[in-house]
Ligand binder design. Structure first.
Ligand SMILES: Cc1cc2nc3c(=O)[nH]c(=O)nc-3n(C[C@H](O)[C@H](O)[C@H](O)COP(=O)(O)OP(=O)(O)OC[C@H]3O[C@@H](n4cnc5c(N)ncnc54)[C@H](O)[C@@H]3O)c2cc1C
Length: 404
């Protein structure tokens, strides 16, 4: 007889990492992961840049800062142990004008607080030593920023869950969660599962799934599609590692960047365009219910009033390759619109508060026996093993989760 039955909703990298951690820490528990798709890692986990972040950007002391630092080291060790590709190709964050220099200074100070390993500043010549085709006035260089394949990592987590005696059940869309005197009932169509604890890790559906159990309607998930361009094979050698702009501090997105993949391809992107469907990977995807939920949210209307100009610029870049590449050519001029073709896309689950604030930090709420991951945007894939430790601490009643 199992000590406890714990159901995890969502087989993305976060849900699978949580299920794996429960298996490691509480071998007597029965762990069941329920996933609505027919395989794991279909949504954000399978559609991202594959960058293992080193913690440059995040507010010192925030969950993102602490869990990214710990998660990066854990991810590196895990990939080595499980034979998943992991390459420390390093990253440059390049400033190209005086305004960006001021922001680069602020970013350097923040990275210092976050103790980003090996981070150093380089000048124009230093930029060219690292990336011969990149141009800028100065840059931050993070040698331990790495790349991996988070879909493979998630598949390895799923294998660990099963090896520890747990289950990963696909094609199981959770549509009811009811608290009873003896625990919780989870409904998947006609089926009902009984659990002692439930952990919600539903990514793009985080708000709707939390709503099933009476969770706060805020924050609402607003989907932002990130579209990539693929650099043609003959130009791939122009990029050795990761080349990023200095981000605009008004937004949680990092700006269109050059990303080398563990497969050897090179991508430009992702941009950030409001998506008309939460799970819509093409420009033409439109889901009336998702759109209605976005438009009805007061926070979205406030956000749109404040940032409509940036929103329109992003939409223009989405339809015009020349406009898209103009941004990237500021720091790698030798790769232009003729050197790329349209690639894949991902959709970010961006949590938005009712007052129009984009929720920056990871957010994990406890509702009695239900623990809900309400906001797990980038760098949540990097941080997944550390987020899992934190969430299991929360389940075990160790305060808000111990920050190790
Ligand atoms: C374009 C893009 C680039 C990114 N780049 C990076 C990067 O370079 N580095 C990094 O660290 N992070 C990056 N991220 C962020 C990272 O991908 C996410 O933070 C991470 O994948 C979140 O994992 P998750 O498990 O919370 O969500 P998901 O992977 O979206 O998984 C949620 C799962 O829940 C399931 N689900 C939803 N509702 C139900 C239901 N009712 N019943 C059952 N199952 C349900 C979904 O089908 C899905 O499989 C990027 C994201 C995007 C979109």
């Amino acid at each position: 007889m199992a000590d406890r039955v714990v159901v995890v909703v969502g087989a993305g990298i976060v849900g699978l990492a949580v299920a794996r951690e429960i298996g490691l820490r509480r071998p007597g528990d029965r762990v069941v992961v329920l996933e609505k798709e027919d395989r794991v890692a279909v949504h954000q986990t399978g559609h991202n840049s594959g960058v293992v972040h080193a913690g440059i950007y995040y507010q010192p002391g925030s969950l993102k800062a602490v869990l990214c630092a710990r998660g990066r080291a854990m991810m590196r060790d895990y990939c080595a142990e499980r034979g998943v590709a992991y390459e420390e190709c390093g990253k440059l964050v390049i400033a190209v004008d005086d305004e960006e220099m001021a922001r680069l200074d602020a970013l350097e100070a923040r990275a210092g607080h976050n103790a980003v390993p090996g981070l150093r500043r380089v000048d124009a010549a230093g930029i060219r030593d690292i990336e011969p085709f990149a141009e800028g006035i100065a840059a931050l260089y993070s040698p331990h920023t790495a790349i991996t394949d988070f879909r493979r990592v998630a598949e390895a987590f799923a294998a660990d869950v099963v090896a520890a005696g747990g289950e990963v059940r696909t094609t199981c869309a959770v549509d009811r969660i009811t608290r009873t005197a003896s625990g919780i009932e989870i409904g998947v169509g006609e089926q009902v599962l009984h659990a002692d604890q439930v952990v919600l890790c539903a990514g793009l559906q985080a708000d709707t799934v939390a709503g099933l159990v009476g969770g706060d309607p805020a924050p609402r998930i607003v989907p932002f599609r990130g579209e990539y361009m693929d650099v043609l094979p003959e130009k791939r050698d122009l990029v050795r590692g990761l080349v990023y702009p200095v981000p605009d501090p008004r937004y949680p997105f990092l700006g269109v960047h050059f990303t080398r993949r563990v497969s050897g391809t090179v991508e430009v992107g992702p941009n950030a365009v409001l998506a008309f469907a939460r799970e819509g990977y093409r420009q033409t995807d439109f889901e009336p219910r998702d759109m209605a939920r976005t438009l009805a949210w007061p926070g979205f209307r406030r956000l749109a009033r404040q940032h409509w100009r940036t929103g329109l610029e992003e939409m223009y870049g989405s339809v015009s390759t020349a406009a898209y590449m103009r941004k990237a050519q500021r720091y790698i001029p030798a790769i232009g619109p003729a050197d790329v073709v349209r690639g894949g896309a991902g959709v970010r689950a961006q949590a938005l508060d009712a007052d129009g604030t984009l929720v920056d930090d990871f957010r994990i709420d406890r509702l009695g026996p239900v623990t809900a991951v309400r906001n797990a945007p980038s760098p949540a894939a990097t941080s997944s093993l550390a987020i899992a430790e934190y969430v299991v601490d929360v389940i075990d009643g160790k305060g808000e989760g111990a920050l190790r």
